[in-house]
Design a protein around this ligand. Structure first.
Ligand code: UDP
Length: 346
């Protein structure tokens, strides 16, 4: 099946391209390279010369996206391309709304106009557990029916785009031309492709595991824990860390299982929460380096505790995380960072 992957040069998008190509699909990756990297695109083109194409474009460039959908006869879109830092979204909310929603609508315009106005058939959206904010009492682990009340502009961009997609799916239904729409609400994605080809290279890097690995590798003198008096057992935030390869398996299953006319949302997380301190202990175990850690003030926009109730995705898609040992998740990330001290170097 030919698939458009937006944000295909980014961390998660590149892993998606690799997995879909391995599964025998034809993949067109579209990325502005604002935060994505050309190197993984070159590597995938070398490995899959007949089934992989890279298009350098902003996803809000409706004309280029439309040409791409039509030229490559793409009926399925996996939409990863977005800005994805909670803290940054608090500092520059308009940029986040403009990019994640404004450009996203540009993409949807192209999806709607494609194939002579018939439109695409399948859309899989990278949503986020950040849409839940701080769940009400009794809602952790978090099920899909948990009220969505984000604590950051980033979370709001994902929630608003879910609504936009649902409205678009309704319009298509009313036109007797339905689509399959799946919204995957990711918990914290971590780790790297275990063949060692692809990794995580963000500038700036703000995510917990890569920052801690940087400290372990001596690329920074120390690191900070943002908030140590949260109402959690050790006072630090709790998150659910899902391995990137497991996350992409959920996309593959969603693509195959969601039928035309269906609109579904699934949480993707392993179902177990780790505190910031537990993650830092894991990075210290895996790296055998006791790097310096400082207590720091809370970061604006952070929810207190979020981990998944995986019941729905397990019973509906048959998805279950294969990598549930946090040290294994951290080790896959650590190995890539150690082998690539300058990231992709581009
Ligand atoms: N965090 C931290 N120090 C860092 C980076 C992150 O204490 O240098 C904390 C952050 O406050 C949050 C958790 O680690 O509670 C996960 O943050 P991350 O940015 O990795 O993902 P997010 O949950 O924001 O998507």
């Amino acid at each position: 099946m030919p698939i458009l992957v937006t944000g295909g040069a980014g961390y998660i998008g590149s892993h998606a391209c690799q997995r879909l190509l391995k599964d025998g699909h034809t993949v067109v990756s579209l990325d502005s390279l604002h935060r994505g990297h050309r190197k993984p695109m070159d590597m995938l083109r070398f490995a899959y010369p007949n089934s992989f194409t890279f298009v350098h474009s902003d996803l809000g460039d409706t004309k280029t996206v439309l040409d791409t959908l039509n030229t490559h006869e793409l009926d399925t879109v996996m939409h990863f391309g977005a800005l994805a830092y909670v803290g940054e979204s608090v500092e520059d909310p308009l940029w986040y709304y403009r990019n994640n929603i404004g450009s996203g609508i540009g993409l949807l315009d192209a999806c709607d106009a494609a194939h002579g106005g018939r439109g695409i058939k399948r859309f899989i959206f990278s949503s986020s557990c950040a849409t839940y904010g701080d769940p009400p009492e009794g809602m952790i682990p978090v099920p899909e029916h948990c009220p969505q009340s984000p604590t950051s502009p980033y979370g709001f961009t994902k929630l608003h785009f879910e609504h936009i997609l649902k409205d678009y799916a309704t319009k298509r239904e009313m036109q007797d031309n339905p689509i399959a729409l799946t919204m995957l609400r990711y918990f914290n994605v971590a780790g790297s492709d275990r063949t060692g080809m692809l990794g995580e290279d963000h500038t700036p890097e703000t995510h917990l595991i890569p920052v801690a690995i940087d400290a372990a590798l001596g690329k920074r003198d120390s690191m900070s824990i943002f908030g140590t008096d949260y109402p959690t057992p050790d006072g630090t935030n709790i998150r659910d860390y899902v391995h990137v390869e497991d996350l992409i398996s959920a996309h593959a299953l969603a693509m195959d299982s969601t039928q035309i006319g269906q609109v579904e949302a699934f949480n993707v997380g392993i179902g177990k929460g780790y505190s910031v301190r537990e993650i830092l202990d894991s990075v210290k175990r895996v790296s055998s380096v006791n790097f310096a850690v400082h207590d720091a003030p809370k970061r604006a926009g952070d929810a207190i505790a979020l981990y998944n109730d995986p019941t729905k995705i397990k019973s509906t898609l048959g998805w279950e995380a294969q990598i549930t040992d946090i040290d294994e998740v951290v080790a896959s990330a650590f190995n890539w960072f150690k082998a690539h001290p300058d990231g992709y170097g581009d």
